[in-house]
Design a protein around this ligand. Structure first.
Ligand SMILES: O=C(O)c1ccc[n+]([C@@H]2O[C@H](COP(=O)([O-])O)[C@@H](O)[C@H]2O)c1
Ligand SMILES: Cc1cc2nc[nH]c2cc1C
Length: 357
């Protein structure tokens, strides 16, 4: 591991060792209570599993979910010059301004589900970072991964540490649950490349239309991802190598938010394909991140299902969404709050003078 910028408090390698496992005693207590609630055992399905996991993560039988945050990590991609997306990179900057002004889909959904939106410019090509966007730019966009590494190892680690610091800051601000989202024109290309490297699945089975590329663009995208993997030869056993060679700055930062969230014993909700590719990197850096992660929705991108299966996560929402920004994650928040409220407010069989299930 290369030396990090001195402003970083902890080195990536050492912090991954500091992540603790969820509390099994609290999980068992939650399981026992759920089976005493006035319902057939297991009938609340994945909400039961959610309540149990939240208890183990937070160390609280009925965790406080009042302060919720969505972190939208933004970055641009040199590979866009290969014609892999229907949109120009400039849209990333315009959307960052839109997030800051409150007019994007994530702003609307987060207002509905009572979450605060934090926008991070980790690596956009915007010359000036729009007001209201947190400037933690590592570099203005990646290089074209079709002809060489997207970035250096050091830059990848710096971007990861940006996410770690963000999660720690949110914890200090009293945030109890973090949803992870992103914006970056072209980023389904690196996300799919990460999926191909880590799962070994054929690129043509993983690749989707992203924000809406046409048939010719799809074929180009598949060939470009195959070429990027051939040219860079990323080592699937080395997550920083994968990030640096075929990843993205916002993907690295999201992996960092997941590491930081786990370090701070906070549940972290992932969103679509791109944040799930970041989850693969985070779990590659430390298996201990996995129990802190919650899948929200199943994206239309074919690689998403494969990555979620590999992570052992089940998405609760099937809404044919493929937007990103953390929109699916924000939609999971009310279900999480409901899972906790059920634990807190439901009557038990004993309350009804019944023996139990
Ligand atoms: O979250 C997803 O699964 C998802 C699927 C398709 C597209 N996106 C969003 O669309 C952008 C990437 O699409 P593309 O075609 O430019 O690679 C990026 O800003 C993502 O947030 C997101
Ligand atoms: C308009 C637009 C909004 C987005 N939000 C996330 N990805 C996006 C891609 C586009 C093109």
């Amino acid at each position: 591991m290369q030396q990090l910028n001195s402003s970083h408090h902890l080195q990536l390698e050492s912090l991954t060792r500091l992540i603790s496992l969820p509390d099994e005693t609290l999980e068992q207590q939650a399981r026992d209570r759920i089976d005493q609630l006035t319902k057939p055992p297991g009938s609340l399905g994945l909400l039961e599993e959610m309540a149990i996991r939240l208890a183990g993560i937070t160390g609280e039988q009925t965790p406080d979910m009042s302060k919720k945050a969505i972190v939208v990590c933004c970055g641009d991609h040199g590979v866009v010059e290969e014609g892999v997306t229907a949109y120009p990179s400039e849209v990333t900057e315009k959307m960052m301004a839109n997030f800051a002004a409150g007019g994007a889909a994530i702003n609307v959904i987060a207002r509905q589900t009572k979450a605060d939106v934090y926008v991070l410019d980790v690596g956009s090509r915007a010359r000036t970072v729009p007001d209201g966007v947190i400037d933690c730019k590592v570099r203005p966009g990646t290089d074209n991964m079709a002809s060489g590494p997207a970035m250096s190892r050091d830059e990848a680690v710096q971007a990861v540490m940006t996410g770690v610091e963000m999660a720690r800051r949110l914890k200090q601000e009293g945030v109890r649950v973090i949803g992870v989202g992103e914006m970056g024109i072209g980023n389904t290309t690196p996300a799919t490349a990460i999926a191909a490297v880590i799962t070994g699945s054929p690129v043509d089975q993983l690749t989707g239309r992203g924000a809406g590329v046409d048939d010719a663009g799809m074929l180009r995208k598949i060939r470009v991802i195959e070429q990027a993997i051939r040219v860079n030869q990323p080592d699937p056993q080395d997550p920083v190598d994968v990030l640096a060679k075929v990843g993205g700055l916002e993907i690295a930062a999201m992996a960092g938010v997941m590491l930081g969230g786990a370090l701070e014993r906070m549940p972290v909700v992932i969103d679509g394909l791109i944040s799930t590719s970041a989850a693969m990197i985070a779990v590659g850096l430390s298996e201990r991140v996995k129990p802190y992660l919650f899948a929200s929705h199943l994206s239309e991108e074919p690689a998403h299902r494969i990555l979620l299966e590999k992570l052992g996560l089940t998405p609760l929402i099937h809404a044919r969404m493929r937007l990103g920004e953390g929109t699916g994650a924000a939609l999971l928040f009310p279900m999480m709050e409901a899972a906790v409220a059920l634990m807190r407010e439901m009557a038990t069989f004993a309350d009804l003078g019944l023996e139990g299930p």
